[in-house]
Design a protein around this ligand. Structure first.
Ligand code: SF4
Length: 75
C-alpha cells in the first residue's frame, strides 16, 4: 500500500505523541518538533511517501496529535 504522511510543522507544539506512538515514521528534530523519517523537511512542513503495510501505525500517530497537523492519505 502506498501512502503519504504530511506534517504541518509550523503548528507543531513538540509534544512528542506522534513519535512515541509511531517511531517507524516519525522522529523529532533538535527542538522536539516532529519530522517524517526519510522524508523532505523544512521549517513549515515534512512529507514522505511509503510503500508498506504499516499505515495503521501512521494513522495512530495522526489520531494522537493534539493539534491535528498530521495528515495521512492513501495514494
Ligand atoms: S503529535 Fe503533533 S504536536 Fe505533537 S510532536 Fe507530533 S506533530 Fe508535533
Amino acid at each position: 500500500m502506498k501512502y503519504k504522511i504530511e506534517i504541518e510543522r509550523s503548528g507543531c507544539i513538540a509534544c512528542g505523541m506522534c513519535y512515541t506512538v509511531d517511531s517507524v515514521h516519525f522522529e523529532p528534530d533538535d527542538e522536539g518538533k516532529s519530522t517524517v523519517k526519510g522524508g523532505e523537511t523544512d521549517t513549515y512542513g515534512s512529507i514522505g511517501v511509503f510503500n508498506d503495510e504499516k499505515i495503521e501505525k501512521a494513522r495512530n500517530a495522526e489520531d494522537s496529535c493534539p493539534v491535528s497537523i498530521i495528515i495521512v492519505t492513501e495514494q
